[in-house]
Design a protein around this ligand. Structure first.
Ligand code: DGJ
Length: 713
């Protein structure tokens, strides 16, 4: 029986059609709104076929899944491989396709060049997220060097003339940049050896009209914590192609005969309901496919983290007071940050020696853990297992267990070096040390797993570039520890949010979103991160009144409102926090506890805002409740802010609208809100009125935030 040429995957709201005739290169012919089940796929292909054109080849070379050089496609290739300069013009022809309701797996081969390829597409029919990956096997007789391999080459719909990319820096992650897809190519390339602050591996393609609530878009995210490249190429013939994959240093991916390279997963989603629809899909996917069941089963506890409170100045007396004050505020997990291990009185010593510093903790960590547990809190501990200081016993014993590219000098970076996890002895040493700490203190229920430098010269023990190997080894190390200590939650931190991606989130439970606890910056950082990540994984802390990163002085009302829209925590010196701020913080923590199920499980939306405003909301899946946040980030050009529309509510239900935070509102906006009774008894209105007519916001000061709660009557 001959195989069909077209293969269809249907989600609830989208359809993807692949053309994969035996003996030809496979390609995607459609990815867009859900088509009827009786759609004739061939007709789509015919409708899309190029008409006669001048000055180009008489045959249009399709955009195959690998855009391999042997097809004659003249845009950037999705596969660049060779055997010492020979055998470079691969042409992979389909040999077999298998399909289930949710998965298509395609095999192709180029026997002349000794290659076998396997592409897999898996759709989650509930969220519509499609997960793609590819593997390439060298079945030739010579080694193969792989310079580049895109997970997939995806043709971009013609209507998609714009894109949203993500840039940033330390303490300012997830900046969103919207721009036209340029003629030629747009490339995002990351060589930092971690996901990076400045080149997040996510891209959204959209039309000029796409907004948060409406319009079509295709969101793509590479789930990988090493180097990457994403590119969009707009060709002269008007077609555009998007690719994403791992970036390799020269010679890094070398396949001996019989060896296989597996790409990371590329997560993608088509949405016809704007960027919010896309985010809802990614969030749902995380909840159903990545979230650890242990973590899903309990509410996200309020954290206290010691870093911005005491930095390296650990002493039992101060810590003991902090424990009591944190517990009094309603904190549920106390996380001891950097500074607890041998020699770690500053950032130039200690990394690599994961044993408690007896000069600070003469009786170990147990007395502190007991006090924390005694006050009803869980205990978490900071570690940075991939790093080593020269001033450590680890380094003195094994100076060659670090990444480097001798004789090239190391680039100094926070006085630390990267342990070569691809070296099995180094891997075992680090595993044993972290395992020993977890065994010694079984009450550690959380690790904050940090990573604070770029891999500037990532050569491994065999001299080869080693980011790929390092990244896989990191995943294996965490997986091995989790396997043995399954109750321990892990946070992925990398100088803030430099390692936030769906690769690491398959091994960890929370992201430290940013080292900036500046609530104004956080409003936008968290908004940017929310395009892909659900609020339940985004660590968000109430920082000190004078932000340590920006020096800005921000009210507790704003700081607390901002931290509420994430996984809330506190990170400040509680000994210097004044009574008024402590009282307000305690109330905010109680508010978070009352609403965290809604915040973490509800549907999150962003509102298209003026640049001086940030409005977001979460609506319970059954439409019964919602919480909205409206922050005024700077001075506004009008007398009053605009009208706030409560999107996402059930149009037919009657709701009670109230201000949830702050509980005490200063004049002059108090007058306005009290007119509506919104500070106390609440204002009754039907859902359609709240979302279509909305509420004229009261006069709000710059750097302030109101939270509104909406409950169905
Ligand atoms: C960087 C992290 O992002 C901070 O939160 C803190 O843990 C420091 N490292 C500690 O060195």
């Amino acid at each position: 029986m001959t195989q069909p040429a077209y293969f269809v995957l249907n989600g609830a709201r989208s359809t993807l059609i692949l053309k994969a005739e035996i003996g030809t290169s496979p390609s995607l012919v459609y990815w867009g709104e859900r088509l009827r089940d009786d759609t004739d796929a061939q007709s789509i292909d015919m409708l899309r076929a190029r008409q006669g054109a001048r000055g180009v080849a008489s045959l249009e070379v399709p955009i195959s899944l690998s855009c391999e050089p042997g097809t004659g496609y003249l845009g950037p290739s999705g596969l660049e491989a060779h055997r010492a300069g020979q055998s470079w013009a691969a042409l992979l022809r389909t040999t077999d396709v298998t399909q289930t309701e949710t998965m298509i797996s395609l095999t192709g081969a180029d026997d002349h060049h000794g290659l076998t390829i396997r592409h897999t597409f898996t759709i989650d029919p509930h969220s519509d997220v499609v997960v793609m990956n590819t593997s390439l096997e060298n079945h030739g007789e010579q080694p193969l060097t792989l310079d580049w391999m895109a997970v997939m080459c995806i043709p971009v719909q013609r209507e998609f003339t714009e894109m949203v990319s993500f840039s940033g820096r330390w303490a300012s992650e997830f900046e969103t940049d919207r721009s036209p897809i340029p003629s030629g190519g747009f490339v995002v390339e990351n060589r930092r050896g971690r996901t990076s602050h400045d080149r997040f591996p996510g891209l959204i393609l959209c039309t000029a009209q796409t907004q948060e609530r409406r319009g079509i878009c295709l969101g793509l995210h590479l789930g990988w914590s090493g180097n990457h490249r994403m590119r969009v190429d707009l060709l002269a013939d008007g077609r555009a192609v998007v690719q994403a994959g791992e970036y390799f240093f020269p010679g890094e991916m070398h396949l001996a005969p019989g060896e296989t390279y597996d790409t990371p997963d590329l997560f993608a989603q088509f949405s016809a309901t704007g960027f919010n629809g896309m985010s809802a899909g990614f969030h749902d996917y995380y909840h159903t496919h990545m979230r650890d069941p242990h973590v899903a089963a309990r509410p996200r506890p309020v954290h206290y983290n010691t870093w911005e409170g005491i930095y390296f100045d650990h002493d039992m007396e101060t810590l003991s007071t902090l424990v009591d004050r944190a517990a009094d505020l309603g904190v549920e997990r106390f996380v001891l940050d950097d500074g607890w291990f041998r020699g770690r009185r500053h950032d130039a010593a200690g990394l690599g020696d994961w044993v408690v510093d007896k000069t600070v903790y003469p009786d170990g960590l147990q007395p502190l853990i007991d006090q924390v547990n005694g006050r009803g809190m869980a205990f978490g501990l900071w570690v940075e297992p991939e790093m080593v200081n020269k001033d450590s016993d680890f380094f003195r014993a094994h100076p060659d267990w670090i990444l480097g590219a001798e004789p090239t000098p190391h680039v100094p970076f926070r006085n630390q070096f990267v342990v070569d996890l691809g070296n099995p002895d180094a891997f075992a040493n680090i595993f044993n040390q972290i395992d020993a700490i977890l065994c010694e203190y079984p009450k550690i229920d959380y690790l904050k797993w940090d990573m604070n430098r770029d891999l500037s010269h990532p050569g491994g023990h065999d001299g080869a570039a080693s980011v790929h190997r390092q990244t896989r080894a990191l995943y294996a190390l965490i997986a091995k520890l989790r396997n043995k200590h399954s109750g321990v939650e892990i946070e992925s931190c990398s100088s803030g949010g430099a390692r936030a991606d769906f690769g690491i989130l398959q091994h960890t439970d929370r992201i430290w979103t940013s080292d900036s606890n500046d609530a104004l910056d956080r409003q936008l950082i968290q908004r940017g991160a929310s395009y892909f990540f659900p609020l339940c994984v985004l660590g968000a802390h109430v920082g000190p009144r004078d932000c340590h990163v920006t020096g800005r002085h921000l009210s507790m009302k704003l700081r607390a409102a901002t931290a509420l829209f994430g996984h809330m925590g506190v990170e400040a010196d509680l000994l210097e926090m004044d009574e008024e701020d402590c009282a307000a913080l305690k109330e905010a923590i109680a508010l978070y506890k009352n609403n965290r199920e809604l915040i973490h499980e509800g549907q999150f939306i962003r509102v298209d805002d003026a640049p001086w405003q940030n409005t977001v909301g979460v609506i319970a899946k059954d439409g019964s409740r919602a919480l909205y946040s409206c922050a005024i980030l700077q001075s506004i050009p009008h007398v009053l802010p605009g009208v706030m529309k409560f999107h996402g509510l059930d149009p037919d239900r009657v709701y009670l609208l109230k201000v949830a935070w702050p509980t005490e509102v200063e004049t002059p906006y108090q007058i306005h809100l009290e007119t509506y009774g919104m500070l106390h008894e609440g204002l009754e209105a039907r859902g359609d009125i709240l979302k279509r007519v909305g509420l004229q916001l009261p006069l709000m000061m710059p750097e302030s935030c109101l939270l509104f709660e909406v409950n169905a009557i």
